[in-house]
Design a protein around this ligand. Structure first.
Ligand code: AMP
Length: 547
């Protein structure tokens, strides 16, 4: 039909072009590996991303070739987000917390051609570089004078010297919006990792969605601190949404401890921060004993694993900070749901509102979700019935990089493909989803399911408990019974019986754990999530009381 809108591909380069033109002087502040604070603007970032694009062209890197990073959250990493993808290459953010053998495996699987790393990770690069034959250029993200003379990495360049040799004049190429832009390997606990491959279209649509008022609600008035790493699903898309909104960005670099994060929030007047619960646990642990308060922080998005209600409560009541509980996955770019109230909930009491805000939240436009039973049929949205959570949408994986693992999608009666998340959840009549478990962590006692997240949340509400992990133990009569492994807060005391008594009245009697195991630490995976497989291994000789 004649008379349509312009057809323009949704490309990542358009985000940085927009930021440069309309928010050119908005600040990007980074704590650097060198320890100092670096400041510049979107205008500076855009120019340096273009220098990088010229440098990649000069290396003869082809369209869709992979460029890897092993880096903290910082301005140079952000330049790579735009320079690599904008010039048509694929940015591969590698998680430096993985084992060196896994990193070598991932770099080889992705066939990375350039690898840029923060100097913190030089020992890692020294351990893996000889095992990564596809990498033809190793770059340290530092000034030329910081480059170690005897790095042991042949041909190692400094990023500043490298891109400094190129012009900032560059025209971003135009190509199909469905081209690959970046990739991230899943933190899968079994088998080899698989990569989610994001496209320019999926990333741009996700950036729009993430900025919406009922999602992250980002604007040019915000000062935003992504604590969530840029190597974990693109820091939940914040670098892209930041360019789209022109908010001030504050990067924590390598200093991820509670004290450093708190000081940065205060110094840079951060209004909005994002991270996994373990990070906030550390920060609140630093603030509480010292009686510290926030002067500018208003909202924080918490996700990646279940946010304990006690944390949501503490943020709100003790610090006046609104927690937005979010759920998503590497395979979902990552945002799927976010928890914010609807108009009709505003009249509810604080307690009733809190019950809603503990859930993982409502689907964002662009994400469709449903729960299904073992027969694949959709289950009711009644807030009680739980089933396997399936999702579909334009920023959700269709298949993995190189087709690994075959077709992951489940077909419905209309022949549409749904991605099985591996999570078990309920959905209530208002569309609020609540995760009860990872399907592999579900505890089945006497044919009934017990939510390990519920059991952990209750323990976490006890003042003496810093961290809790609930796992099922084999039981001759009930198949499985829950136990809870807990880490005590320093300087506090609680006995097994006191903690078990704390469950009385907070959950059904048969769901109360059979035992409490005190541990020094709960094993965490590379993205800060509890590693229950490892915990089960540690508890392999454990016997339930009376067994
Ligand atoms: P990853 O791809 O490593 O980010 O892991 C995704 C998985 O983390 C999801 O499938 C969930 O099991 C878990 N997850 C993420 N956010 C939450 C949340 N808010 N509550 C409970 N589990 C979560």
């Amino acid at each position: 039909m004649l008379g349509l809108m312009q057809s323009q591909p949704l490309l990542i380069s358009s985000l940085i072009e927009f930021a440069e033109r309309h928010h050119g002087d908005a600040e990007i502040v980074s704590r650097r590996v060198e320890g100092d604070i670096h400041r510049y603007t979107y205008r500076d970032l855009a120019a340096r991303a273009r220098r990088l694009a010229n440098a990649l062209d000069d290396l003869q890197l082809q369209f869709s070739d992979r460029v890897a990073t092993l880096a903290w959250n910082g301005y140079r990493h952000m330049e790579m987000y735009f320079g690599v993808s904008g010039s048509g290459r694929v940015l591969h953010t590698v998680n430096p917390r993985l084992h060196p053998d896994q990193i070598a495996w991932i770099v080889n699987h992705a066939e990375d051609q350039v690898l840029c790393f923060d100097l913190t990770f030089l020992p890692l690069v020294q351990a893996v570089h000889a095992k990564c034959p596809t990498v033809k250029k190793w770059v340290a993200l530092c000034d030329a004078d910081k480059l170690p003379a005897d790095s042991g990495v042949p041909g190692l360049s400094s990023y500043e010297e490298w891109i400094g040799a190129y012009s900032a004049d560059y025209s971003w190429p135009e190509f199909d919006e469905n081209s690959a832009s970046s990739m991230c390997y899943t933190s899968g606990t079994t088998g080899n990792p698989k990569a989610a491959l994001y496209s320019h279209r999926s990333t741009t649509l996700h950036a729009y969605a993430a900025a919406l008022p009922d999602v992250m609600c980002l604007s040019a008035r915000d000062s935003v601190l992504p604590v969530v790493p840029m190597f974990h699903v693109n820091a939940w898309g914040i670098p892209y949404s930041a360019a789209l909104t022109g908010c001030k960005l504050v990067f924590p670099g390598p200093a991820m401890d509670g004290k450093s994060i708190y000081e940065l929030i205060e110094a840079e007047k951060v209004s909005y921060a994002a991270g996994v619960p373990t990070v906030w646990q550390m920060m609140l642990g630093h603030m509480k004993p010292a009686g510290l308060k926030f002067s500018t922080l208003r909202r924080t998005v918490i996700g990646g694993s279940a946010c304990p209600p006690a944390m949501i409560h503490a943020f709100k009541e003790d610090y006046g900070v609104e927690v937005l509980h979010a759920w998503g996955m590497t395979e979902m770019s990552p945002l799927g749901t976010l928890c914010t109230l609807k108009n009709k909930h505003l009249a509810l009491s604080k307690d009733e509102q809190m019950k809603i805000l503990q859930k993982q939240g409502r689907a964002i436009y662009g994400v469709d979700m449903k729960i299904v039973g073992g027969d694949g049929n959709e289950l009711p949205w009644d807030g009680k019935t739980y089933g396997d959570l399936l999702v579909k949408g334009p920023w959700i994986v269709g298949s993995y990089f190189k087709g690994e693992g075959g077709n992951p999608l489940v077909k419905d009666a209309q022949d549409r493909g749904w991605f099985p998340t591996g999570d078990v959840a309920t959905i209530d009549a208002d569309g609020f989803m609540q995760i009860t478990d990872r399907s592999k962590d579900v505890i089945k006692s006497g044919g009934e399911w017990i939510s390990s997240i519920d059991i952990e949340n209750i323990a976490m509400a006890h003042p003496a408990i810093a961290m809790a992990a609930c796992v099922g133990m084999p039981h001759p009569k009930w198949d499985e019974r829950p136990i809870v492994a807990v880490v005590k807060r320093p300087g506090t005391e609680v006995t097994r019986d006191e903690l078990l008594a704390f469950y009385e009245g907070k959950t059904a009697k048969w769901q109360i754990p059979d035992d409490v195991v005190f541990v020094d630490a709960i094993p965490l995976g590379a993205t800060g999530k509890m590693l229950k497989t490892k915990l089960r291994e540690q508890l392999k000789d454990y016997k339930l009381p009376g067994q």
